[in-house]
Design a protein around this ligand. Structure first.
Ligand SMILES: *[C@@H]1O[C@H](CO)[C@@H](O)[C@H](O)[C@H]1NC(C)=O
Ligand SMILES: *[C@@H]1O[C@H](CO)[C@@H](O)[C@H](O)[C@H]1NC(C)=O
Length: 273
């Protein structure tokens, strides 16, 4: 990786005047860092490196699919740094003002049309327990309630009561099989796309529906953590679901709608109402 080879070279260039003895501990630290960042297959090395250089070891999540490219993940020293970076957009006062005013009705009415058509198809009902993943101020939650889905809530890193509660999509604050329906348009923000998908599949009941809007042919913004190069990259993460359909959509910079239905496994079939 380019970042890895740059680090030791730059450091070596800064050291020539120092006696070799003084440089040794520093160089071995760099070596440790290098070994850790380039080894994902040796957990014991990783564990040792983490305990001795915790703050300096960058997060280097590996893409769970060849169709997903992780963005320069090394800029996050820790998971907290990643969360802080994401919150920086979510909490930006200027953006929040726009989302709450100029954007609000336009987005709620677009989402409401989308959800109404899912209702007509029977993929969503007024009785559905619905979750919007990464909902920011909750325009999609407001839209769900507007079309009659009273039991709808959103999660985001920052809460926006009463529509959105605090929650990380990498570790949803809900029990297994809680929801009949989940919607998200923030897949590109996932530092761990496989965990994003696993959590939706965990909290969805068997037979429940997930609708994911993604950008396949466009780039995300500077807060994106990954780029989806092919829709297969997303679909491949939802092994516990069948694909209902993949279609084009024009939704706030996102171009592809993926609708999935969680498989009704034999083990959980008897829990069905
Ligand atoms: C947060 O956003 C502000 C304004 O865009 C920027 O100046 C600042 O560097 C950002 N901080 C982080 C940690 O990304
Ligand atoms: C769902 O709720 C909406 C809004 O309250 C209502 O107009 C619609 O008739 C309801 N649909 C069904 C099938 O009850």
């Amino acid at each position: 990786m380019p970042g890895d080879s740059k680090l030791p070279r730059a450091a070596a260039g800064a050291l020539p005047a120092r006696p070799l003895l003084l440089a040794l501990p520093f160089l071995s630290l760099l070596l440790l860092l290098y070994v850790y960042s380039s080894s994902t297959t040796s957990p014991s090395t990783a564990t040792i490196a983490i305990t001795s250089t915790a703050a300096a070891v960058p997060l280097t999540p590996s893409p769970p699919s060849p169709h997903i490219r992780m963005r320069a993940a090394a800029r996050y020293g820790t998971y907290e740094d990643y969360l802080r970076h994401q919150l920086n957009k979510t909490l930006d006062p200027r953006l929040r003002r726009v989302w709450a005013t100029r954007d609000w009705h336009r987005k709620v009415s677009t989402f409401a049309r989308l959800f109404a058509s899912l209702q007509r198809e029977g993929l969503l009902t007024n009785a559905s327990r619905a979750l919007c993943v990464g909902a920011r101020l909750g325009q999609e939650v407001a839209a769900l309630r507007q079309v009659g889905v009273a039991n709808a809530v959103g999660i985001d890193l920052a809460p926006a009561p009463p529509l959105v509660v605090r929650g990380d999509f990498h570790a949803q604050p809900f029990g297994d099989e809680t929801f009949d329906f989940e919607f998200s348009n923030v897949f590109d923000h996932a530092l761990y796309p496989d965990r994003f998908a696993a959590e939706i599949q965990r909290t969805l009941r068997p037979g429940g529906v997930a609708v994911i809007h993604v950008a396949v042919h466009r780039r995300g913004d500077k807060y994106s953590a990954n780029d989806l190069l092919d829709v297969e990259g997303l679909v491949g993460l939802f092994r516990r679901c069948d694909v209902v359909r993949v279609s084009k959509v024009d939704a706030f910079g996102l171009d592809t709608e993926v609708i999935l239905r969680k498989k009704r496994s034999a083990a959980s079939a008897h829990h069905r109402p």
